[in-house]
Design a binder for this molecule. Structure first.
Ligand code: NOJ
Length: 769
């Protein structure tokens, strides 16, 4: 990107010819707030190099330096923005300090508001399971309202990294494996956070992350490298970031990983060519935590000076929690290794983002006045419980339900067991922003309230999440003073015996098992997708009682559920469902809500089958169901394909789909073709399902996937009701990246597949001319 000359300089150059240079320079000292470019140019023109570099620093409160030092640096104009404070009371003195600086440039306040702020919504996988954009938007809007009311201007979200490897702990944060679904959600979330405009008092600027391809780290091991063909990148992994950019995201957080040998933080192809030139991104790029220093560990920078030079030249505007811009840029500019124009370009983006946030018009736009500060930041009245409950309900996926075990009757005796049945912190999931564990409704609390006096609810913990002390220590590493994984001191045998005794007296067992929230988090990659042995042993003992066994899973990644599928009577996937999770799960268990969630990610049968994703490319020797044969693409000692496919989920009612009918067998370029199907609720109660449309390009110049989601519709139907669902297809839906990376739709035959999950579909063919 070519940096622009400051306005006054431009006017001066022109003005010299006309003799009004002095006048133009004077005019630049009175910035016109209504004229964004002129206003920003006039600021840049008057800033010292130190002040400019200060704008490029995003520091973490708490981590980087002591509070008094931060205030000094702010007053000197040496900080552009901060993150990790969550109250107006904390933020106000920092903005005051910035307002005492020579240039009085406001700072912005950022935070990881990923799935809620004070009210915590389900984790990303849970939100995606709703397949409902209005529902997802509601979660983002509430988060923005709550975060902005706490004086925050920006969130490091949404996380739109496609993940096809559930070993990666951050799979939990994203929205699953599919480019189309994740792109829809990316767009929805950006619009929800930013509201009518990023300048609105109740909006926060979205900084989409982690650009790019972070979800594809090799082996699912966090911070690992990514090596990927350009075709796959463009086709499958880049679309969600692009969707967020096109929806107007004001920020982009750059990923920690390398891409094909070049760390994202030093990758000018990624940041300058693709993001800014090709996608037209206007906004700020921020590095991830400490990423610029990490360029030395990646081995692409000899020292801090080289790291800073690579990052600024690649297009990183703001350095996060990193002192290298402050320490190295001044000398780099003086030595001519970095142009002032390059610094100015980055500063212009930072000031532009602040302008768009409305901070030049009012630096206290979201901080407000002290007299209006909430007395108690955690007050109940500040939460949005009914929204959280509604969203959480829709995020729950019913995986199994033999002999209509669910819904449970509100009578008799229920044995609730499991280490996650009454663990408030785990309800919240990772990245729970300013959420308070004590305000989360556990399953035990939710069931007790739902039952009232109607039935007896017994509870036994039954097991620790894990008995592996190494795992416990790892998960508690960052919270020694307040450990999250608290071990029950009793022996495993004692705990199991208590649970079994309880189960023996009960009519049904509800077992809440899975992962503690820290197990599905940054830096929490796993080699196994199994339940830890402590919980597996508990389940096996419970199974021996012969009582109906209902599993309520809480986890942040697909788990290996072979045993559960074979032995449980019902399985509910509830992810980490947030502040109101316990109420929502209880509603589903007792049938007050008919589950409607659908998986946004495939569940592999075993860790050895990873990657398992539905939209894989075709091969020359495909495995054919029922006719496996030797020399076909499969692992021979296990059935092929996922245990639970993408798009799958059951209901307490049944749905039937008619055959697919097409308005024509031909689609012309520029034309439209309609695919129709009738969905009927053939069961006994009202419920919702998701009608999913997939396309397969039958013959193309490059290998195309076996199918790709192109549209979906969530439909609510009363018992016996039916509805025709119509999808319009155009040439755009058939486009893909060819070997030359051009986005094209090639003439020829296509298959439309419509189903209620990605596997069981009805199909029809048509031809594109
Ligand atoms: C590191 C994480 O990778 C990123 O997602 C997060 O936004 C930053 N830390 C700031 O907390």
């Amino acid at each position: 990107m070519k940096p622009q000359q400051p306005l006054a300089k431009r006017l001066c150059v022109l003005g010299l010819l006309a003799g009004f240079c002095v006048h133009a320079a004077a005019a630049a000292q009175t910035p016109a707030l209504d004229d964004k470019p002129a206003f920003i140019d006039s600021l840049i023109e008057r800033m010292t190099l130190e002040e400019k570099i200060g704008q490029l620093r995003l520091i973490s409160i708490g981590g980087d330096m002591p509070r008094p030092r931060i205030l000094e640096e702010l007053a000197a104009g040496h900080i552009g923005g901060t993150f990790n404070t969550v109250t107006r009371h904390d933020n106000r003195p920092m903005q005051d300090a910035a307002q005492r600086s020579r240039m009085k440039i406001p700072i912005f306040f950022a935070y990881d508001v990923v799935h809620g702020h004070r009210t915590i919504f389900p984790i990303g996988l849970g939100l995606a399971s709703s397949w409902d954009m209005d529902t997802i938007a509601r979660s983002g809007r509430v988060a923005a309202i709550e975060a902005s009311a706490d004086g925050l201007d920006m969130t490091f979200a949404p996380t739109v990294d496609i993940s096809r490897d559930p070993r990666w702990g951050r799979t939990s944060e994203g929205f699953g494996e599919d480019p189309y679904l994740v792109s829809e959600i990316a767009r929805t979330m950006v619009k929800a956070y930013q509201g009518k405009s990023p300048a609105a008092r109740d909006s926060i600027t979205a900084s989409v992350k982690h650009f790019a391809l972070y979800g594809a780290v090799e082996g699912g091991r966090d911070y690992n490298v990514v090596d990927m063909s350009p075709m796959r990148m463009h086709q499958d992994f880049l679309p969600p970031y692009r969707a967020a950019v096109e929806a107007g995201a004001g920020g982009v957080m750059v990923a920690l990983n390398a891409i094909n040998g070049v760390p994202a933080s030093a990758n000018s192809w990624l940041l300058r060519d693709l993001l800014r030139r090709d996608w037209g991104f206007r906004g700020i790029t921020v590095s991830d935590h400490g990423a610029i220093s990490e360029l030395m560990r990646h081995g692409v920078a000899r020292d801090g000076r080289e790291a800073a030079r690579l990052a600024i030249k690649a297009g990183i505007d703001m350095s996060m929690a990193d002192s290298l811009y402050r320490d190295e840029l001044p000398a780099l500019v003086k030595a001519g290794e970095v142009d002032m124009g390059e610094i100015d370009a980055a500063v212009r983006e930072v000031l532009g983002a602040k302008y768009d946030m409305g901070l030049f018009h009012d630096p206290y736009r979201r901080i407000g006045v002290a007299a209006d500060d909430p007395q108690d930041v955690n007050a109940e009245s500040r939460l949005h419980r009914s929204e959280a409950r509604d969203v959480a309900r829709q995020s729950i996926v019913l995986l199994e339900n033999h002999q209509q075990t669910l819904p449970l009757k509100k009578r008799g005796t229920i044995a609730l067991v499991g280490p996650l049945a009454d663990s408030p912190i785990d309800m919240l999931g990772s990245w729970s922003a300013a959420g308070v564990a004590g305000q989360a409704v556990t399953l035990r609390q939710g069931m007790r309230e739902a039952l009232g006096d109607a039935a007896t609810l017994g509870y036994a913990r039954g097991a620790n999440v894990t008995d592996d002390q190494h795992m416990v220590d790892y998960l508690n590493f960052l919270n020694w003073d307040n450990p999250e994984v608290v071990q029950d001191p009793r022996s495993a045998a004692e705990m199991i015996a208590e649970a079994v005794a309880l189960a023996n007296k009960a009519d049904v067992i509800v077992a809440a098992v899975g992962e503690s929230r820290g197990m599905s988090h940054e830096a929490s990659s796993r080699t196994s997708l199994q339940l830890p042995p402590s919980q597996q042993r508990l389940l096996e003992a419970l199974k021996q009682t012969g009582k109906p066994l209902v599993l309520v899973l809480m986890n942040g990644r697909p788990l290996e559920l072979g045993w559960a599928k074979a032995n449980a009577d019902a399985i509910l996937e509830t992810w980490f469902s947030g502040t109101e999770g316990g109420h929502a799960i209880a509603e589903v268990l007792f049938g007050d809500y008919n589950p409607s969630g659908r998986l946004p990610i495939s569940f592999p049968r075993s860790v050895g089958q990873i990657p398992t994703y539905y939209n894989h490319l075709r091969v020359g020797r495909p495995y054919v169901e029922g006719k496996p044969g030797n020399y076909t693409s499969q692992y021979f000692e296990e059935p092929t394909g996922p245990l639970y496919p993408f798009g799958y989920g059951l209901s307490y009612t049944q749905f039937e789909l008619s055959d697919v009918s097409l308005s024509s067998r031909e689609l012309s370029r520029g034309g439209t073709l309609e695919a129709r199907v009738t969905v009927r609720n053939s069961g006994q109660r009202e419920g919702a399902t998701v009608v999913q449309l997939y396309i397969q390009d039958l013959v193309a110049s490059v290998i195309r996937p076996v199918k790709e989601l192109k549209a979906f519709r969530k439909v609510m139907l009363k018992a016996g009701e039916e509805q025709e669902v119509r999808f319009s297809l155009t040439e755009d839906d058939l486009k893909f990246f060819n070997a030359q990376l051009q986005q094209v739709a090639e003439s020829g035959e296509f298959e439309v597949q419509i189903g209620l999950d990605s596997q069981r579909v009805q199909s029809q063919r048509f031809t594109l001319h």
